[in-house]
Design a protein around this ligand. Structure first.
Ligand code: PHE
Length: 407
């Protein structure tokens, strides 16, 4: 409640009207799965770092990418949004999408939050790995905490045109007053420079995909939009006959470099989701497994060399139990409020929650939602009584905390 205090990573915070982090979410902070030896997220992090260390070195053969994997996930709204030119009215800033600690501090929703500070510190090439937090739906591929790796590489003019036979007349920038932004480039950039950078970026990332998944992997580039890059792309890889988005990337907005004191350089950035990659790479069927302490899961990843191929074998699949919950929703209700409550009360035995029906009562003008909750424990068979107990607790908590009216 507003006014109360709580702690995250040893720091004390005072709740205000923006606070929406839950104790359940806070309990995940500091676990740093990506730094736990032999954890699949750590293995995949190491494989990506190995790729960058081996393939990008300077004259004295030292790696050029600096790695940061222990930056506090509590960041400011400036870091997570403003520094990345995310507009004031962007949906990702809403309380319904992001976990706020206080009005000005939040749990980072993307590792891009660290771009500006690391460039200000003087780094030209870096990888930043960390836990990120988003309020979202509940299913096999979504969990409110997941892990990202950010990559940034800045180039000076001579670095960009290094491979060109005759670089005379080639520049990074052109006169902003005459040149407009197009689908290919930002106003201040030359087309020569961004095309070379696009080539370098796509090459770097498709080689990474081959390093991780082998030469046979099928992938494609899709044009997309981010407020902090232009142009922007997503890399999708073919997974079980479906195109799976694994990373976003693009040419960094020049204003970010200007604000960070690197105005004479241009750069690319990417952000990739470690769970997505690990699920595909190790055939892990459910995102909750990453949080499992079960030795049947963890022991399958105990390899000395992270490059060792591993295919996860489910120890056994326990049955699902399904229960529906219908209620009239109050004013100011958002679906993510319900999902958080289900996470807090039900914990990880909830596999999926779907909104299966919405009904507007013609007379009372009240809306009702029907949610289907699928329960499944990762390590044992749930009894009907256990499921009923949890379902009742969820219903009661929704009445008490969200002021819903059961139907
Ligand atoms: N931060 C973006 C996301 O979380 C990914 C991204 C990073 C895109 C860097 C472009 C550049 O979706």
């Amino acid at each position: 409640a507003a006014g109360g205090t709580f702690q995250i990573m040893g720091e004390t915070y005072r709740a205000d009207s923006w606070t929406n982090v839950t104790p359940k979410i806070i309990s995940n902070i500091g676990k740093n799965l990506h730094n736990q030896q032999h954890h699949p997220l750590c293995l995949i992090k190491q494989r990506i770092i190995n790729y960058f260390y081996a393939n990008f070195t300077n004259r004295s053969e030292n790696p050029i990418f600096a790695v940061f994997d222990n930056i506090n996930p509590v960041v400011t709204t400036h870091q997570n949004f403003d520094s990345l030119l995310i507009p004031e009215d962007h949906p990702s800033r809403a309380k319904s999408d992001t976990y706020y600690v206080t009005k000005d501090q939040l749990l980072r929703s993307q590792t891009s939050a660290h771009q500006e500070e690391l460039i200000i510190m003087g780094f030209d090439s870096f990888l930043a790995v960390g836990d990120v937090y988003r309020r979202d739906t509940i299913d096999a591929t979504h969990y409110p905490v997941f892990h990202q790796m950010e990559g940034v590489r800045l180039f000076s003019e001579s670095e960009v045109f290094k491979g060109v036979n005759d670089p005379t007349g080639l520049t990074l920038f052109e006169d902003t007053n005459q040149i407009k932004r197009t689908s290919d480039k930002q106003e201040s950039h030359t087309l020569d420079a961004v095309k070379l950078l696009e080539y370098d970026l796509k090459n770097t990332l498709s080689s990474l995909a081959h390093h991780l998944f082998g030469e046979d992997i099928q992938y494609r580039w899709v044009d997309c939009y981010f407020p902090f890059t232009h142009p922007s792309w997503e890399l999708e890889i073919l997974y079980k006959d479906e195109w799976l988005e694994v990373l976003g990337c693009g040419i960094m907005e020049q204003k970010i470099l200007l604000n960070a004191g690197a105005k004479n350089k241009i750069g690319w950035a990417f952000g990739l989701g470690l769970e997505r990659l690990a699920m595909k790479l190790y055939q892990i069927p459910d995102i909750r497994l990453f949080w499992s302490n079960d030795s049947g899961f963890l022991n399958q990843f105990k390899v000395e060399d992270p490059e060792t191929p591993i295919a996860y074998k489910p120890v056994s699949i326990y049955p699902q139990c399904t229960s529906d919950l219908s209620f009239w929703i109050p004013k100011d209700y958002t679906e993510n409020d319900f999902y958080d409550l289900v996470r807090s009360v039900g914990g990880d035995i909830v596999e999926q929650v779907t909104l299966v029906d919405t009904f507007l009562h013609p007379k009372h003008q009240k809306t009702s939602h029907c949610y289907r909750i699928i329960y499944r424990h990762m390590e044992k068979t749930l009894t009907q009584k256990e499921v009923n107990d949890v379902h009742r607790q969820i219903t009661q908590a929704a009445i008490d905390q969200l002021k819903i009216e059961p139907r």
